[in-house]
Structures are given as C-alpha cells and as structure tokens.
Design a protein around this ligand. Structure first.
Ligand SMILES: Cc1ccc([C@@H]2N[C@@H](C)[C@@H](O)[C@H]2O)cc1
Length: 450
C-alpha cells in the first residue's frame, strides 16, 4: 500500500461514546434552507427542472438577480421550536442544517462575509435559535457546510495561474475563519456535514484540510466529520488511495442506499434522501415521483439493517413554512416510529440470511432481534435462516408480546414463523426474536450458552 501522509488517520470504526451515540441514531433530519427557497424553483415565470438549491447555476437565472435575493429574505413564519417539535414527533435523533450552501449565503451572523442574514431584512441569526430549539428537544445538531462558495472572489474550481493560487489562499483562510466561527458560536454542534469538496482546487489541499480538521476536532472533542471533507495526498476523498475510509463515517450514500452489508465495507455510514427524486431546497412544484412514508420507512429500516443512519430531507419555503407534504410524512413516519422504534434506535446489522419478507435489525443494547416485515408471504409463513448454532427462544409481535409464535423447524437453523393472518396488517410490522447460541459441549450434546 502507499505511504500516505494525509490519508485515513484511523482504520476501523471509532469506538468512543460520541460515535456510539451517532451510530445508534437510526433516523435523522436534513434541512436545506436559504435564499434559493425564495425562488421555489422558478424564475420569471419559468420552471427550473434542476435541484432548486442549484437554481443560481441555471442559464435562465440572471446571477445578479439571484445575488440580490437576500435583500428580500425575511421569513415571517420561521418557527424553529415548531420545526424541532415536528422532528421530535417524527422520531429524528439528529438534524443536519445547511449553515451555508453553494451560493455562499450564510444563515448565521458571520464576521467574514456581508452575504449573510444580518444584511437581510430578517436581520437575525437563523442558526442559533434552531440549534437551541433542537437541543431543547434532545435532538443532536450537525452543521452542513459547503466548501464550494460561489459568492467568494477567491473561490476557484481549479488552480491554473499564480493569480488563482494567490486568490485561493484568501479563500482557504476565509473557509477556515467561517468554520472556526461556527464552532465558536455553536459549540453544542456534534459534527459537521461537508459538501462542495469535489473541485480540483480543493483536492490539492490535503495539508490545509488535515490541519483544519485537526484544529476543529481540538475545539470540540469527539466532533464527528464524514468522508467528504479531506482529500488525501493524491486528492482522493471518501476513501484514500489505499481504499481506507477518510473521516468518521462514509458520506457517499446520497439519494441511494447500499444493497448489501458488503457494500458498506463494514464502515459507519449515513444515507441522505430527498422526498422527490432530486430536490433538497424548496421547489414549489414537485414533479415526478414523490416518495410515500411507506417507501421512506423501508429505506430507514434497510439503512439500519445495514448499520447505517437514514437522514430525510426537508426544504422549508421562503417564509419559513414546512410544506404540507413534508408535514404529512413527518406525522406518518412518527406514528410508525412510536410503535416500532425499538427496531430502529440502537439497532444494527444481523448476519442472518436476508429474506424476501423484509429486514432484520438487532439491538446493540440487549441483542433482541427484530424482523421488520414489508412483504408478507401469501401463506403467512416467514422463512428465517439463522446463523449457525442459534436457537429461537421466544418469538412474538412487538405490538403484542403476549402472542407467542411457535417457529416450525424446516431444517437445521431454518424455520417458518407463522404470522398472525387474522390480524389485518396495514403497515410494516415487527416480530421480535429472542435467541441464544448453543455451543456443542465436550460430549457432543447441546447446552444453552450462559
Ligand atoms: C452534483 C451534486 C452536487 C451537490 C449536491 C448537493 N448535495 C446535497 C446534499 C445537496 O446539498 C445538493 O445540493 C448534489 C449533487
């Protein structure tokens, strides 16, 4: 393997408490909010078919018109406490907020740019009250930060000339200043979610990024930073040039999920997901497929079953309203979580053979196994093939622990669990499996593991 100065600084999962807490979240909320929300994905009566938060890059969006939008940013309906309460009801354990997206508009009072909330009619800090509201609900806050910043004169896609390099040095100092400022202003933040780090110019900054990451980690011990921040000695992000994970967890799952445990490479990871196919910021006219709570619950369960976190995106409108489609999803997901949260929180991957009826999760606290059923077999028999030397001690519906189910042995380590056909299941349900391992003792008999 290559000798890397700026590659992965750790092999394998972090084992400290803050990362344990992160690993056990299960469900998170992403919030994309900024001046792009004022356009709602339209300009001058025209519909923008791209991702609404990218509307500035649209050829039909005059850049100076976009860059004046902040002078109308005055969200009368912004209610951070209501947002936090809604997230709590949904069952989110953490929230990632865009402090600054690619356009560079800073939602906090930044000393380092005039392109921030203090120079908008709204005038006040957006981030601070949001952090307080989510902290008060017991939901951990993470700060999304886009390194790419179209508003900054020193920003460069690539460094071709000496002038580029000089300008980029200013941009690097600005970037560092804003990040240090964010961590000084919001020290209760548990981590940073970086974006906009794909430019060639940034990929040459292995030394700078490494020093900056070390500085930020020193400011907030245990700070959690994903794989999308640092480039290694050869400009590789996410995985260094030896294939080792950069940062504390993999951030590569954007609008997609791994399909097998092997896909996760045994790393911690999060999947961030839009409700429509590809809209993060507010678009007033969602076209194409809008995901149902059923689909999103399956993605959540699939993520947890593969040792990941699932982060659902919300895009408040220009006045600070949460749109009705998202409010409905938050309610429906929350209703499901209220009944089934034990199969999500502090749960992860179980190495039993994947079955068609759905997903296994296993509690990292008490080892209980959860069968989350999405596709009930027509004969009502859930096939279960355990790992070797496992016996099923007790099987019952999470919603009705008194209803003991008797597994039918098909062959060694394989059973049918008879589901309750008389009960009309209308949403994904959970069967609990309490199991123990058998170790063949000296004389070949079986005894229950202690
Ligand atoms: C090609 C591309 C660049 C940036 C993105 C940003 N990452 C998501 C988390 C959103 O912030 C989106 O604007 C998406 C696609």
């Amino acid at each position: 393997s290559l000798t890397l100065e700026y590659g992965a600084h750790r092999i394998g999962k972090r084992t400290d408490q803050m990362m344990e807490t992160w690993r056990n979240y299960g469900l998170g909320q992403f919030i994309h909010w900024g001046v792009y929300a004022l356009t709602g994905g339209h300009w001058d009566g025209e519909y923008y078919s791209g991702a609404a938060e990218w509307i500035r890059s649209w050829d039909k969006m005059p850049k100076d018109a976009y860059d004046q939008l902040y002078k109308s940013f005055d969200p009368k309906n912004y209610e951070p406490k209501a947002w936090a309460k809604q997230a709590k009801e949904m069952g989110a354990k953490y929230m990632i907020i865009t402090t600054k997206h690619h356009d560079g508009f800073s939602l906090w009072p930044s000393k380092y740019t005039d392109y921030d909330v203090t120079n908008s009619p709204y005038g006040n800090d957006i981030i601070g009250p949001l952090v307080e509201a989510y902290d008060a609900e017991g939901i951990d806050v993470y700060l999304y930060f886009s390194v790419m910043d179209w508003s900054q004169p020193g920003y460069r896609v690539s460094l071709e000339t000496e002038e580029d390099r000089t300008a980029y040095e200013d941009f690097k100092a600005f970037t560092r200043n804003q990040l240090i400022e964010l961590l000084e202003l919001y020290p209760s933040a548990k981590g940073l979610w970086f974006d906009g780090t794909w430019d060639e110019a940034w990929k040459e900054q292995a030394v700078f990024a490494d020093e900056l990451e070390k500085e930020m980690r020193a400011m907030i011990p245990g700070l959690i930073i994903g794989s999308r921040f640092r480039p290694d000695d050869y400009g590789n992000r996410h995985f260094d040039s030896n294939g080792d994970l950069m940062g504390d967890y993999e951030q590569g799952w954007e609008r997609k999920l791994p399909n097998t445990y092997e896909d996760t490479k045994g790393n911690d990871w999060d999947a961030v997901m839009t409700v429509p196919e590809n809209q993060w910021g507010y678009h007033s006219d969602w076209r194409g497929h809008v995901k149902s709570s059923y689909e999103l619950i399956e993605m959540l369960v699939k993520s947890v079953s593969l040792d990941g976190n699932f982060v659902l995106n919300f895009g408040p409108d220009g006045q600070g309203n949460i749109r009705s489609e998202e409010a409905k999803l938050a309610k429906e997901i929350g209703d499901w979580m209220k009944v089934n949260q034990k199969a999500i929180y502090s749960c992860g991957y179980l190495n039993w053979q994947k079955q068609d009826w759905g997903y296994y999760t296993q509690s990292r606290e008490d080892g209980k196994i959860y069968m989350v059923v999405f596709n009930q077999p027509l004969d009502g028999k859930l096939r279960v093939k355990t790992a070797d030397k496992v016996i099923l001690d007790k099987v019952y519906p999470l919603e009705n622990p008194g209803m003991i189910l008797t597994p039918e042995l098909i062959q060694k380590n394989e059973y049918f669990i008879p589901v309750i056909m008389d009960q009309k299941w209308t949403s994904p349900y959970v069967i609990v499996v309490e199991s123990s391992s058998t170790d063949e003792d000296k004389n070949g008999g079986f005894q229950k593991a202690k």
